[in-house]
Write a protein that binds this ligand. Structure first.
Ligand SMILES: NC(=O)c1ccc[n+]([C@@H]2O[C@H](COP(=O)([O-])OP(=O)(O)OC[C@H]3O[C@@H](n4cnc5c(N)ncnc54)[C@H](O)[C@@H]3O)[C@@H](O)[C@H]2O)c1
Length: 283
């Protein structure tokens, strides 16, 4: 049973997963490269919980309990006693490999090391450790507190016990786990990203406007948000990284990121996190 969780990475996903796990009664240690960023993340979580109290969705005592379960660190060795460490840093294989090497040395031998990667080969992370059987993917969705799905990714190297503990952890967080083999994009992103990429292509070719593309998919398919708004939520840098990993594995032209996406990333238009993407969030 997972009693103590380490989360590495203080971006959109790391903070969302911290909230989910702490609410489920798990002790959470958040690790960022800088103490200041890790502290800011805990402060951000406090603010998010305050809002939930204001809206009557959370009691004050519960908020205090949740916050008391979360600590922040910059030191990988502070994760030594964790039962599970979930990595959620930038979608870059070399960065993640380096981190897994460090985690393997820092964290107790029987702990599970998991990745929240959207597309990268989990087996590559398993093989840089001395415990490949204890490595798997635990892929939460964005925003983690709201989305019910978790993809549990089974690389060739993972033991049955690791996979069943990962499933149990997801369930204990109130999520519904599905199991998937270690293939780029797993289930959801392999199916979703050709659609998102083609929506940008449609905008690029002037077939329809941004607002009409998003309105069409909301009204015509009953999707809660249109594809361009969803790309802004995911982050355009993360989206290009996901498409690149899918293209590298399958060579399907639908996975080849359209030029507009790359240009927007170069310009720093990353979506909500940079306050500008297909939409403007500065107002
Ligand atoms: N954004 C989504 O919708 C989504 C959904 C599910 C899974 N994911 C996956 O979660 C992971 C994190 O995504 P995110 O959206 O939270 O990204 P983000 O851009 O919000 O955060 C990335 C984090 O990585 C850290 N980082 C950057 N370079 C680093 C380095 N060299 N060493 C260590 N840390 C570094 C940053 O400081 C930041 O804390 C990625 O693997 C992504 O594919 C993202």
């Amino acid at each position: 049973m997972i009693k103590r969780l380490g989360i590495v990475g203080s971006g959109i996903m790391g903070s969302g997963i911290a909230e989910v796990a702490a609410k489920a009664g798990v002790e959470v240690i958040l690790r960022s490269r800088q103490q200041q960023t890790a502290d800011a993340m805990v402060a951000g979580l406090g603010k998010a919980l305050d809002k939930q109290v204001e809206r009557g969705k959370l009691g004050e005592a519960e908020r205090d309990q949740v916050l008391s379960r979360v600590t922040a660190t910059h030191d990988l060795h502070a994760l030594t006693e964790c039962d599970l460490v979930l990595e959620s840093v930038v979608e870059d294989l070399e960065v993640k490999k380096e981190l897994f090497r460090g985690l393997d040395l820092a964290v107790k031998d029987d702990a599970i090391l998991a990745t929240n990667t959207s597309t990268l080969p989990v087996v590559e992370l398993a093989m840089v450790t001395e415990r490949p059987e204890r490595v798997c993917g635990i892929h939460f969705f964005n925003p983690a507190p709201a989305m019910s799905l978790v993809e549990v990714v089974r690389p060739l190297t993972a033991s049955d016990d690791t996979i069943s503990q990962a499933r149990e952890f997801a369930q204990s967080c109130g999520k519904e786990p599905v199991e998937v083999k270690d293939r780029a994009g797993f289930i959801v992103n392999a199916l979703l990203f050709p659609y998102l990429n083609n929506a940008v292509r449609m905008l690029e070719t002037g077939t329809a406007t941004r607002d009409d593309i998003d309105a069409a998919m909301k009204g015509g398919c009953n999707f809660p948000m249109g594809p361009l708004a969803l790309l802004d939520l995911v982050g355009l840098d993360t989206s290009v990284a996901i498409l690149d990993a899918l293209y590298a594995e399958f060579h399907d032209p639908n996975y080849s990121a359209v030029p507009t996406l790359r240009r927007m990333v170069t310009a720093g238009h990353l979506g909500r996190k940079s306050k500008v993407g297909f939409y403007d969030y500065r107002k």
